[in-house]
Design a binder for this molecule. Sequence first.
Ligand SMILES: *Cc1c(COP(=O)(O)O)cnc(C)c1O
Length: 350
Amino acid sequence: MTVATARLGFGVTFTDHMVVANWSQATGWTPLSLTRNAPLSLHPAAMSLHYGQAIFEGLKAYRQPDGTAALFTPHRNAERFARSAARLAMPQLPPDAFIEACELLVRADAEAIPGGFGQSLYLRPFMIATEASLGVRAATEYLFAVIASPVDHFFASGAAAIDVWCESRHSRAASGGTGEAKCAGNYAGSMPAKAAAVARGCHEVLWLDAAEGNWVEELSAMNFFCVRQPAGDQPELLTPPLGGTILHGSTRAALLTLAGDHGVKVTERPIALAELLDPDSPITEAFACGTAATVVPIGGFASENGQRRLPTEGVGPVTTMMLEALMAIQYGRSPDTHRWMHRVDGVSLP
Ligand SMILES: *Cc1c(COP(=O)(O)O)cnc(C)c1O
């Protein structure tokens, strides 16, 4: 597949506008307001800066062949945002307002949606506590905003595989913790392991369960899949079950459905690290998935207990099929049979 080559990078340039709403305990949510993208003014005691009440989402608007723009499954993001808010004792934004905020921004900045295959307008909704107080409790004032950034396909080189470091020293999420909330702190806690992984020549961290350090969970910002195919058998797509420590990825959910559409058997079951590292294991492909990167092949695993390269260098037939099938729907090249694409009214691009 050819991917547009113009370099937009990821999340480095922003569109002209943003959408903002404020919440206070006394008055609830203000109406959404479309404004110029401009620096925020925060009191230095704003509670998000101290106690970490900060959550976010990520979703994309895709330019369609008929000149309209469509968001991919925004309802999932809206509902997840509300769950993340509840987990951090933050106010819930009604899902309809979340989607309306995204639509307002896409409409205002529609000409910034890049047109290349693989390119899109990445939307970053987020909410932070703004109340000025050092008291340790849930804040009583919050800011919700959406900003937008035109982006390339995350890995603009197309099908380049990444190597992952299977992390056994730090953990990302423990049972009962915040692992399935999309909160800022989860990312901060993952960064030393990521830096160590990069120093070892890997690209990303593959997190293991916090209790036993034995079961594969996900990457820092992407869910994990692998393909099991004993010689002579049909391929089976595997992913760990969601159980409170794994983020409910919208890409993950879509791929589970798409695999079924394409006749690939899918199983959600625990995957032991040893199963990935065993040189004789019938794991033939692996990939990570998320909104930013769609589907990223994994070429090899490294860990304290050895390493393994996958026979296909990760770029195998099932991985490629999943990526192409999903992108075809997102870019309006194949029928949207599951009604995943949410048209933004009032956008007409050349
Ligand atoms: C955002 C995120 C994902 C991917 O979710 P999508 O909805 O597919 O973008 C996976 N894992 C973590 C930890 C995340 O924060």
